[in-house]
Design a protein around this ligand. Sequence first.
Ligand code: AVJ
Ligand code: FE
Length: 444
Amino acid sequence: GSPTDPEVLRTRAQSALLAARERTALLTSCVEDDELTAQHSPLMSPLVWDLAHIGNQEEQWLLRAVGGRAALRPEIDSLYDAFEHPRAARPSLPLLAPDEARRYASDVRGRALDLLESAPFHGSPLTDAGFAFGMIAQHEQQHDETMLITHQLRAGAPALTAPDPEPAPPFPGPSEVLVPGGPFMMGTSAEPWALDNERPAHRRLVPPYFIDTTPVTNAAYQRFIDDGGYDEPRWWHERGWEAVRRGKLTAPLFWRREAGQWLRRRFGALEPVPADEPVLHVSWYEADAYARWAGRRLPTEAEWEKAARHHPGEDRSLRYPWGDADPTPERANLGQRHLRPAPAGSYPLGASPLGVRQLIGDVWEWTASDFLPYPGFVAFPYREYSEVFFGGDYKVLRGGAFSVDAVACRGTFRNWDHPVRRQIFSGFRTARDVTAAETAEGAL
Ligand code: AVJ
Ligand code: FE
């Protein structure tokens, strides 16, 4: 069937919802119920909040907005409104207990799947191409990533396991590629489940630049540490330097030094920091300082997206670095299939036409850019998804990570967080301008 065939859309929406719920069930059943209500970090909600919030968003957007149904439990809406209660305050709210939260989320899901049987896929922006169903599947997967962060912050014995990615042969290089200057189409007006902040497609002129072919590795980041990077204010943004001093930071989050060796804690297990893996759990300030130390800079958001989507010789941008086909395990490390990034240089089948690897999956990549609307942005379907964050103290991250599902990751997908944050699955790659000498040599 064609991509607009209602049966194809119905099946796609159904499987996206089912995949998300399988993930949610795993993340909320691998620990005892007392761990679901506990506060593992003031940065995070108790897991049981995420669970009922997932159900509540689904109720609001699928059952009420699309289905026109009355509220099942109007009294709980405000408990699960992310804007009413900061994360640190959520453990002391009268939340649904774990079994109640499970029952509520599965009751909502049963009704949403019934609704999907007869839902129209046209007629309003919320129903066109099953947008609301896609939005809710993405929302659940985003909270599954949030819950994975909570699992990483949780103390105690490991609760989650997954096979490791394949080992990779050493990446032969080159370490950077030139992206020629010129316009490209940024954002999308065509992707049916793209969220409001990814829209609309618009032309951007991007001067020529060089960008790393892989994310920055732990080995490279250790050279910055060994060179005294955390002792040298000259590498740091002023507020980054403040964060280093206040937090006495010496390395990425979850790292510790023992007997002359760097170890890291990953989902409850202590292990040597693997040299060839992309660095993980760094703040924007750490990424920015490393880049300055290396004589480079972070790519802008437009540079990142041009590297990921522009196909030399084509006016239209691609959905992914490898083309328009959906991600597969051969192309990208997504979906919590592995609980770590793959070695730098993995996934040759996921490379861009210029040979840039791992733009999608493995680690979220910090960009130099603030989170701002594209020209022509229209908030949809609610201002609190994106619009209220524009212009705040947020930097954009791109490309997704091992922690997020493909349904919530594409070449246009935009994530954002405060530049001090490092509990997220964040890494980076670097870029640089073309030098005057290279321009004179005709490198362009
Ligand atoms: C897009 C990841 C920044 O988790 O704050 C979840 C996603 N929005 N529920 C977040 C989101 C509403 C959002 N991020
Ligand atoms: Fe949410």
